[in-house]
Write a protein that binds this ligand. Structure first.
Ligand code: 13P
Length: 250
C-alpha cells in the first residue's frame, strides 16, 4: 500500500492578489482531491489571503522559508510563531534556492526544521545534488550530509514528523527532470538511510520529488514505490496543470 500522497505547490516569488485569488478559489472548488493531501507554499505576504481563501477546505497552505530566531531585531525576518498565527501547515526548509542564493547551510536547514516543529508546523526538508555533484558520483554523500544535519537538530524522535523532498538541483526550473528510475534510486536510498535510524518512521515518512514536474511526466514519477508525491514549482502557478498533477498522484 502506498503512503497517502502529498502534492505541494511552491509558488516561489510569484503571484499577485488577483492571480492568487483565481488560483486559490480554483483549488477550493476542485474535486478529486479528497484522497491525497494538497498544499501551496505562498510568499509570506499572501498568507492571510491563502488562509482566507482556503479556509477550512481540504487544501492547506505553507511558507517557503522562516527565520531561525524567535523574535527581536532581525529586520525583514518572519518567525515561526507569526506563521502559527496564520494556521500554516507546512514550511519548506533547505530549498536549493535558499542554499545557493542565500548561502544557507545544512545546519541552518536543520535549525529551521526544529523551530517549525516547535509550533507544530511540518517542515518539508529539501535535499538534492547539483549537476557537478551527480557527475562526480557524490549524490548519495551530499544527500546523507544534508539529512544528517537536519536529524541532528530535530532529534531522532521527530523523524516521523517531517516530510522530505528530493529536488535534484539540475532539474529545478530547467525543464530537465530526473527519470523515474533516477528518482526512485535516490528516494529508495533516502528511505534506507531513515530506516537505519527508525524503521517505523522510514515506512511512514513521505518523500516528495521536485524538479520540473509537469502534467506529462508526473504519472510515471508518482508510480515509483518510494515517491510519495511532488513539490511543484512552475506548474503550480497554472491551476489546470497543478490540478492535473494532483490527480495523477492519486
Ligand atoms: P520547478 O517545478 O519549477 O522545476 O521547481 C521545482 C522546485 O524548486 C519546487 O520547490
Amino acid at each position: 500500500m502506498k503512503r497517502k500522497q502529498l502534492v505541494v505547490g511552491n509558488w516561489k516569488m510569484n503571484g499577485s492578489l488577483s492571480d492568487n485569488e483565481a488560483l486559490l478559489d480554483g483549488l477550493t472548488r476542485a474535486d478529486g482531491l479528497s484522497t491525497l493531501d494538497v498544499a501551496v507554499c505562498v510568499p509570506y505576504i499572501y498568507l492571510a489571503q491563502a488562509q482566507e481563501r482556503l479556509g477550512s477546505g481540504s487544501v492547506s497552505w505553507g511558507v517557503q522559508n522562516v527565520s531561525e530566531y524567535d523574535a527581536g531585531a532581525y529586520t525583514g525576518e518572519i518567525s515561526v510563531t507569526m506563521l502559527a498565527d496564520f494556521q500554516v501547515s507546512y514550511g519548506l526548509v533547505g530549498h536549493s534556492e535558499r542554499r545557493s542564493l542565500y548561502a544557507e547551510s545544512n545546519e541552518l536547514a536543520g535549525i529551521k526544521a526544529r523551530k517549525l516543529l516547535g509550533v507544530d508546523i511540518t517542515p518539508i526538508v529539501c535535499v538534492g545534488e547539483t549537476f557537478e555533484q551527480r557527475e562526480a558520483e557524490q549524490t548519495f554523500e551530499i544527500i546523507s550530509a544534508q539529512l544528517e544535519a537536519v536529524i541532528e537538530q530535530i532529534g531522532l524522535e521527530n523523524l516521523g514528523r517531517i516530510v522530505l523532498a528530493y529536488e535534484p538541483v539540475w532539474a529545478i526550473g530547467t525543464g530537465l527532470t530526473a527519470s523515474p528510475a533516477q528518482a526512485q534510486e535516490v528516494h529508495g536510498y533516502i528511505r534506507e538511510q531513515v530506516a537505519l535510524l527508525d524503521k517505523v518512521a522510514a515506512g511512514a515518512v513521505r518523500i516528495l520529488y521536485g524538479g520540473s514536474v509537469k502534467p506529462d511526466n508526473a504519472e510515471k514519477l508518482f508510480r515509483q514505490v518510494d515517491v510519495d508525491g511532488g513539490l511543484i514549482g512552475g506548474a503550480s502557478l497554472n491551476l489546470i496543470d497543478f490540478l492535473t498533477i494532483c490527480r495523477l498522484a492519486t
